[in-house]
Design a protein around this ligand. Structure first.
Ligand SMILES: [Zn+2]
Ligand SMILES: [Zn+2]
Length: 265
């Protein structure tokens, strides 16, 4: 099997673009997708300690891109990094290694990952009717991607500088991880377990976090006991059982209306 390393994929893509035949250009799309996937996997490895084995084994590029952005909104930003030795008194010593770290912004990475994917399939009949991209235009498009992808691939160092907070989900035990900076902007976290999706309001103070699960309480009209339900479970038409007397209730949302103020023309 060919190497799926990002450097090798990129080199193969460059060669295929140079060959400049309709077939080689299509294969160049595949190699550039491999290259983007390889970049994503390298990033994911930086967050290994926060992830479970199953995350590593099953995650697809789309999920990786979205999760990494959630953990660390700056993960795809360019940055300058420098490392210094530490003197015996704890002060900064000599410069050791450093440099500019170039990243493809997540929006660009996602957009081109999917756009490249379109060339891996036979165009639909409607696309064929409307005209498909010519080989000349495809070559220009692929060449336009090379500088940014090459810069990201040639990074010799990569690091995770995110300050993250963790919470064990009360419902399923999944560890939910969020970048503290992103929580300051949007103080809500949803459990990443697809089967669970419990919602938490998170308060950040002095880089410490307090996680409160969104719950609704409901007093059973029959036994008068208080029931608590995760807000994420309550949808229109949802049937709930009282935990104490097992009476069944259906949850529904009421529609309200109000008069709109007249528009001034
Ligand atoms: Zn959960
Ligand atoms: Zn009851």
């Amino acid at each position: 099997m060919d190497s799926l390393d990002k450097y090798d994929s990129l080199e193969r893509a460059k060669k295929l673009i140079q060959d400049n035949t309709p077939t080689s250009l299509r294969y160049a799309c595949l190699e550039l997708r491999y290259c983007i996937e390889s970049i994503c996997h390298a990033k994911l490895k930086l967050y290994e300690k926060h992830l479970t084995n199953s995350d590593f084994e099953t995650w697809k590029p789309k999920k990786i891109l979205e999760t990494l952005q959630e953990y660390d909104p700056l993960v795809w930003e360019d940055s300058e990094v420098a490392f210094f030795s530490e003197k015996s008194d704890g002060t900064r010593g000599d410069f050791l290694i450093g440099g500019k770290h170039t990243n493809l912004p997540i929006g660009i990475l996602k957009r081109h990952y999917y756009k490249l994917g379109r060339f891996l399939h036979i165009p639909t009949l409607s696309q064929q009717k409307n005209g498909v991209m010519s080989s000349h235009d495809l070559k220009s498009y692929l060449e336009s991607l090379l500088p940014a992808i090459s810069a990201t691939v040639s990074n010799v160092m990569d690091c995770n500088m995110a300050l993250v907070a963790e919470c064990k989900c009360k419902d399923c035990g999944n560890i939910i991880i969020r970048n503290i900076d992103s929580l300051k902007n949007k103080p809500v976290a949803i459990c990443t377990n697809e089967e669970c999706k419990a919602e938490y309001d998170v308060t950040v103070a002095d880089d410490k976090t307090i996680w409160k699960k969104r719950e609704l309480d409901f007093e059973c009209p029959k036994c008068k006991k208080k029931n608590y339900f995760g807000a994420h479970l309550l949808t229109d038409g949802k049937v709930i059982n009282c935990f104490s007397c097992s009476s069944k209730f259906v949850f529904f949302q009421k529609w309200h209306y109000q008069e709109l103020p007249e528009k001034k023309t």
